[in-house]
Design a protein around this ligand. Sequence first.
Ligand code: SF4
Ligand code: SF4
Length: 101
Amino acid sequence: MALMITDECINCDVCEPECPNEAIFLGPEIYQIDPARCTECIGHFDEPQCVQVCPVACIPIHPEHVESRETLWLKYQRLTAQARADAAATLPPPAEGLANS
Ligand code: SF4
Ligand code: SF4
């Protein structure tokens, strides 16, 4: 299941840097979670890191994004594959001498 941030959020900024999937962002008023990027931390940690650090416990399961553990694992694999592809795309081209050797 993806998680969500309720309007009890106090914008303390603590959770955003803890997310291994870069799923948390500052919305118009409070922080939000992109359900397409939240794996409940599966693939990275045993427990949701945002829930661990939130001082007001305002990060429940998103009722509209109920997903099985297997689905979350597949989402994790898709996100990491995308991250690898993005990293490869930003690499500089090989140096002239290397390219011709
Ligand atoms: S549960 Fe994990 S992946 Fe989902 S928003 Fe929180 S820190 Fe990010
Ligand atoms: S840790 Fe909790 S209160 Fe702080 S920004 Fe994140 S959701 Fe809001």
